[in-house]
Design a protein around this ligand. Structure first.
Ligand code: PAF
Length: 282
């Protein structure tokens, strides 16, 4: 595996593979890699001739300075994992390399970016659009891979791709969970042992709510999920929304015109912000 640190090197390497008629898979990450990321690498390596993974803790998508500062950074270990996963290139740039000038672009991301994470973390999705659009234009991949844990982020990236005229495939990959159901996240390492024991209650509660769709309304289930999570020690629900899977708009129906509704939750477990989601089908 080659580690590239400059945009110039990355563009040149990708161009030579494209000229050779090879397909390229891109997996953007912020590092602190876990089995969820590795499942994206595996899928990309299976689907494409060449896989490039980026490791970049993107400052423009953090709206909280402490969160940016405490975000885990484990480059050496990450590169070893990528190499083992069969990735061909790791792109590991500095902040100055990506943003020699501040990025002042404001994307018209529309309604998909206004609710849930968009409402709680102002500017977050614009920052995601800034970095992902840059990576898309440097690599010009055949396919790009994102994890469904960040369900709303995928809708926002699709919207950005449409605005910017990127017409390659954006592939959403299933959430990977610990044996006890906790969704894998780089933030899980910040949970204390006591919080870690309680954290699977998030997925357990969402999974239990699947059985309620037969005789309960969306509103009733929303309230039940929030109460059930909030009665656990350390846990406070920031939001639980049940939304249309494409538009991200809250819905009152278990089945929407775009497919089964999806429940998206954000929970503070102590000061660690965890997100998860589940697809309902009646
Ligand atoms: O999901 C993430 O890890 C980040 O938001 C992404 C897509 C790598 C952009 O920095």
């Amino acid at each position: 595996m080659k580690v590239l640190r400059t945009v110039g090197e990355l563009r040149q390497a990708m161009e030579s593979h494209r000229n050779a008629g090879q397909t390229i898979g891109l997996v953007p990450t912020m590092g602190a890699l876990h089995a969820g990321h590795l499942s994206l690498m595996e899928r990309s390596c299976r689907d494409n001739d060449i896989t490039v993974a980026s490791i970049f803790v993107n400052p423009t998508q953090f709206n909280n300075a402490t969160d940016l500062k405490t975000y885990p950074r484990t480059e050496e270990k990450d590169c070893a994992l990528l190499e083992k996963a069969g990735v061909d290139y790791a792109f590991v740039p500095s902040v100055e390399e990506i943003y020699p000038e501040p990025d002042t672009r404001v994307f018209d991301l529309g309604a998909v970016a206004e609710v849930m994470e968009g409402a709680m973390r102002p500017g977050h999705f614009n920052g995601v659009a800034q970095i992902v659009s840059r990576l898309f234009s440097y690599v010009n991949p055949t396919r790009a891979y994102f994890g469904e844990k960040d369900f709303q982020q995928i809708a926002v990236i699709r919207r950005m791709a449409q605005l910017e005229g990127f017409d390659f495939e954006i592939i959403a990959c299933p959430i990977v969970r610990e044996a006890d159901g906790l969704a894998l996240s780089s933030r899980n390492v910040r949970l204390t042992p006591e919080q870690r024991k309680i954290a699977p209650a998030i997925h357990r509660t969402l999974a239990r709510s699947l059985d309620m769709t037969r005789d309960k309304s969306v509103g009733e289930v929303k309230q039940w999920v929030k109460e059930e999570i909030d009665r656990q020690p350390f846990m406070t629900t920031e939001y639980y929304e049940i939304v249309n899977p494409l538009t991200m708009q809250p819905t009152d129906s278990w089945m929407t015109s775009d497919g089964p509704a999806v429940g998206c939750v954000t929970v503070y477990c102590g000061d660690v912000r965890l997100i998860d989601n589940i697809t309902y089908s009646k």
